[in-house]
Ligand binder design. Structure first.
Ligand code: SAH
Ligand code: SF4
Length: 361
């Protein structure tokens, strides 16, 4: 006899088939899934929501990912690189407003000037915040020595999305050259973990050619890799990228949104104590997208504190929210929204992954 949806939800271990069933749940079953994931979150994480002030400091990128609006081959992008002084000002804003942590993100560069500059910035951020700000970086694939250098300079979390755990699908969404290889990405994730970073990954949801089985495998990959943090969200097509040609084969945006929420819910049930971010891309589809994610399982939010002038140029996907607001507006807006989602902002704390703490004990 086949199990009921509720019976699957009550299992201790979910198989790939169970996960597929949960991801394919009909509208009437979604409620039960979200109630369960919300319970798991409250039990293992509590109501606390931690901030990561996000500084997208440069859109210069040497990579050419076929989905991304700031890929090197997109000649229509105004390239920018925010001066160190401005980055430090934004970091100071996060410190003064008790955000607890920040994320430095940019396009991928591996040249020595860049590597040294990041090292210096990390030292400066630690200094200006009396060692109090936690720092996550998300700067793509690097040499092991580079990851080590940045770790030694004070970064303690790293976000590198696997994009898809299916190597064949990964190849379809990246150019066919050595610069874009699934095995390198995996190796980088291993380096990060070995060095001692709290290691974060994630995938895009609703990619062309992606199946429910791929997504179930993504969740099992995160579990198998014993990841500490996850940021995942819907794929949103960008008309200046090669993947745009498949736009008619994609799920509707609202279906991608629902599926992203289900991915977060299932992941929360499978990995009870990791940090899960409510991705900004959710908000590009639904104005309350991130708050909905917090309610059903996410516990991290990344308010954008990039100096306003450059926000409109960091468009990985279209319809990106909050590109006109300043950081001050974001804080106020965020507080109201999180209260609405029954969350409590934990100001001034790092909000490390509890999973990581147990893993390295
Ligand atoms: N260059 C770094 C960090 C910036 S890109 C890196 O690639 O890791 C950060 C994330 O944006 C990527 O991992 C990818 O998952 C996401 N992204 C890029 N283009 C996107 C799109 N069109 N829709 C949704 N997410 C996208
Ligand atoms: Fe560059 Fe990251 Fe975009 Fe790829 S996803 S093109 S590495 S910014």
């Amino acid at each position: 006899m086949t199990e009921t949806f509720q019976q699957i939800l009550e299992k201790d271990q979910l198989s790939k088939e169970d996960i597929i069933r949960l991801l394919q749940s009909a509208k009437e079953d979604e409620k039960a899934l979200f109630a369960k994931s919300s319970d798991v979150k409250l039990k293992h994480i509590g109501q606390n929501v931690h901030f990561r002030g996000l500084i997208e400091f440069s859109n210069i990128c040497k990579k050419d990912c076929l989905y991304c609006g700031i890929r090197a081959s997109n000649g229509k992008v105004n390239r920018y690189d925010i001066a160190d002084e401005q980055i430090l000002k934004a970091a100071n804003f996060a410190y003064q407003h008790k955000y607890g942590s920040l994320v430095l993100q940019s396009g991928e560069r591996t040249d020595p000037v860049f590597v040294d500059r990041i090292e210096n910035l990390l030292h400066e951020i630690k200094k200006l915040s009396n060692n109090e700000l936690g720092i996550t970086i998300s700067l793509g694939e690097q040499k092991r020595e580079t990851y080590q250098k940045w770790f030694d300079a004070g970064a303690h979390r790293y976000l590198l999305r696997i994009e898809s755990s299916n190597a064949e699908l990964y190849e379809k969404i990246h150019p066919k050259n050595q610069n874009h290889s699934h095995s390198t990405r995996l190796k980088c994730l291993q380096y990060l973990k070995q060095i001692g970073y709290q290691t974060g990954t994630g995938v895009m949801i609703g990619l062309p050619f992606q199946t429910y089985e791929d997504l179930a495998n993504d969740i099992l990959f995160m579990k198998g890799f014993d990841i500490d943090m996850v940021g995942m969200g819907p794929f949103i097509e960008h008309d200046q990228t090669p993947l745009y040609q498949y736009k008619d084969q994609l799920m509707s945006l609202s279906d991608r949104f629902r599926l992203s929420l289900k991915m977060i819910a299932v992941l929360r049930i499978v990995m009870k104590d990791i940090n899960i971010a409510a991705a900004t891309a959710l908000q590009a589809i639904d104005p309350l997208g991130r708050e909905k994610a917090l309610r059903i399982g996410a516990n991290i939010i990344m308010p954008n504190i990039t100096p306003t002038l450059e926000r409109a140029n960091y468009l990985l996907y279209q319809n990106k929210p909050c590109i006109d607001e300043g950081a001050e507006d974001c804080t106020n807006c965020m507080e109201a929204r999180i209260n609405m989602a029954d969350g409590k902002i934990a100001y001034g704390e790092w909000g490390d992954s509890q999973h990581f703490k147990k893993r390295v004990k």
